[in-house]
Design a protein around this ligand. Structure first.
Ligand SMILES: N=CN[C@@H](CCC(=O)O)C(=O)O
Ligand SMILES: [Zn+2]
Length: 421
C-alpha cells in the first residue's frame, strides 16, 4: 500500500512501546528511539515507521515527501486532565496567593471554584465556545492533539449541560479531539453547605441519568478533598455512576489525604488525579488496583506549595503515571503541556522518556483512547508533534518555551512553523 505522505529524515522519532495497556513502573523507562526516522501516513493513519529512506513499496508518484532533517517527532501530546470550559478568570486571587492565603481558604470564603461557578453560570454558550476555542488553539500549537475536558463550573444542570455542549461542539468543529468528563461534584453549592450528600443525591438522581441519556460525557469525576466531598460521598457518587455505565476518575490527595485514593482503588477508577499528598500505603493500593496516577505538577507550581506528587515512588511501586496541565482558571491557568513535562523532570525527577510516555501512550489509556492514539502503531491516528529539537532531551532541557514547530492531526498539517493554519 502506498503512503499519501511520508515525513522523512527526523533526527529522532520517539516511539512508545505499545503493549495494549498503560506502561507501568520500569516499563515507563523504555521506548524505541529511531534515528534518521520516517513516518508514512495513509488515510490519516500511521502506515509505517522506519529508518533511512522509506521502502519502495510505500512510495509512488503521488506520495508527498516532507523533509524534517534535524527535528524530533513524537505522537501528538495528550492533555488528559483539564477544566477547559468556564466563564471569567481569577487573576484577582493571584495577589492573595502571593500573600500566603491558601487555595482552600479562598474557596471557604466563597471565592475560588465558586467564583468561577458564578461567572460560568452567567456566560452564554457562544461566549464559552469562543473562549474555549481560543484556549484549544493555544494547546494545539503546543503539540496537543487530544484533550480531556471536565464540566464542574455549573453546579446546576443547565450550566453543566452548557459546558458539556460546548465540549461536544468543539470536538465536532475543531481539529483537536475532546473527551468529555462530567464533574458536577466539583464544589458544594452554597445552598448545600450543610448537606453535601444532598447535592450528591441530586447529581445521582437528576443529573447523571441526563448526562447518559444525552451522551454528554464518558467519564464521571469528583473532587474528594477537605471542605469539598469526603470519601463516603465520593464512593457513593462513583458507584452510582459506574452502575450507569460511566468510566471513573477522582481528584484525590491534592492537598489532604482523606481517603480518595482508597475509593479510587475500591471502585475501579481508571485514574486518580493530583496525588500530591499520596501516602506509601495509598500508592500501593493504586498499584495493586491498576489505578493510573495522573500527576499535575503545574498545579503544585501555581499553588506555590512545593509539594510535588511522589512520581518516582509511584514508579517504584509499579504504577502507571501520566502528566497533564489541569488547565483551569484557578489552580493552573496554562495551555502549555510542555512546561508540565519539564516540571516532571525538574521537580519530580522523571527522565525525558518517562515524561514522553506519560503524555502519549499512558495519557491515551487514561482517557480510554489507547486503541487509537498515543503511539505510532500501524493503524493508529496519524497525530504527530514535531519539535524544533534534534533529540528528546532538548525540549525538556530548554524550558518554558514552545518548541513544537509543526503538528499533524489525522495526517493533516494543522500547525506550521509554530502557528495554527
Ligand atoms: N481541584 C479541583 N479542581 C481543579 C481546580 C479548579 C479551580 O480552582 O477552578 C483542579 O483540579 O485543580
Ligand atoms: Zn482537576
Amino acid at each position: 500500500m502506498f503512503a499519501d505522505k511520508v515525513l522523512v529524515h527526523f533526527n529522532q522519532i520517539f516511539s512508545p512501546i505499545d503493549l495494549g495497556r498503560p506502561l507501568k513502573g520500569k516499563e515507563m523507562s523504555d521506548a524505541t528511539i529511531i534515528e534518521d526516522g520516517f513516518i508514512a501516513i495513509k488515510d490519516g493513519k500511521i502506515l509505517a515507521l522506519g529508518s533511512g529512506e522509506p521502502d519502495a513499496s510505500l512510495v509512488n508518484a503521488q506520495t508527498e515527501i516532507i523533509d524534517y532533517t534535524g527535528k524530533m517527532a513524537s505522537p501528538g501530546l495528550i492533555d488528559c486532565h483539564t477544566h477547559l470550559v468556564y466563564g471569567g478568570s481569577r487573576e484577582n486571587e493571584f495577589s492573595k496567593k502571593l500573600n500566603g492565603v491558601s487555595y482552600l481558604d479562598i474557596l471557604r470564603e466563597g471565592g475560588g471554584i465558586l467564583s468561577t461557578v458564578r461567572a460560568t453560570q452567567a456566560a452564554s454558550f457562544d461566549t464559552m465556545y469562543d473562549k474555549t476555542k481560543n484556549l484549544l488553539d493555544k494547546m494545539l500549537v503546543h503539540g496537543v492533539t487530544t484533550v480531556e475536558a471536565k464540566s464542574g463550573y455549573g453546579l446546576n444542570w443547565e450550566t453543566e449541560k452548557r459546558q458539556m455542549d460546548v465540549v461536544k461542539k468543539l470536538d465536532e468543529m475543531e481539529p483537536i479531539d475532546l473527551v468529555s468528563t462530567f464533574m458536577g461534584a466539583h464544589a458544594i453549592p452554597a445552598e448545600f453547605k450543610e448537606n453535601p450528600e444532598g447535592f450528591i443525591d441530586i447529581i445521582i438522581e437528576e443529573m447523571l441519568p441526563k448526562v447518559k441519556e444525552e451522551n454528554l460525557a464518558e467519564f464521571c469525576d469528583i473532587f474528594c478533598e477537605t471542605g469539598v466531598f469526603n470519601a463516603h460521598e465520593s464512593r457513593k457518587l462513583l458507584l452510582a455512576a459506574k452502575e450507569m455505565g460511566f468510566k471513573l476518575k477522582i481528584h484525590a490527595d491534592e492537598i489532604d489525604s482523606i481517603g480518595g485514593v482508597d475509593v479510587a482503588a475500591e471502585v475501579g477508577a481508571v485514574s486518580a488525579e493530583h496525588l500530591m499528598a499520596a501516602t506509601d500505603e495509598g500508592i500501593k493500593k493504586m498499584a495493586d488496583a491498576n489505578v493510573i496516577g495522573n500527576l499535575l505538577p503545574g498545579t503544585t507550581f501555581s499553588l506555590m506549595v512545593n509539594t510535588y506528587a511522589p512520581a518516582k515512588k509511584m514508579l517504584d511501586a509499579g504504577m502507571a503515571i501520566t502528566l497533564s496541565t489541569d488547565s483551569n482558571p484557578g489552580s493552573c491557568p496554562t495551555a502549555n503541556i510542555q512546561f508540565m513535562m519539564q516540571l516532571g523532570c525538574f521537580e519530580m525527577g522523571l527522565t525525558p522518556i518517562q515524561v514522553f510516555n506519560a503524555v502519549t501512550i499512558n495519557a491515551a489509556y487514561s482517557i480510554d483512547r489507547g486503541d487509537t492514539i498515543g503511539s505510532f502503531k500501524e493503524g493508529k491516528r496519524a497525530d504527530i508533534a514535531i519539535f524544533d529539537a534534534a533529540n528528546i532531551d532538548y525540549p525538556l532541557y530548554f524550558f518554558a518555551t514552545n518548541l513544537v514547530k509543526d503538528v499533524y492531526k489525522d495526517g493533516q498539517l494543522v500547525v506550521k512553523d509554530f502557528a495554527r493554519i
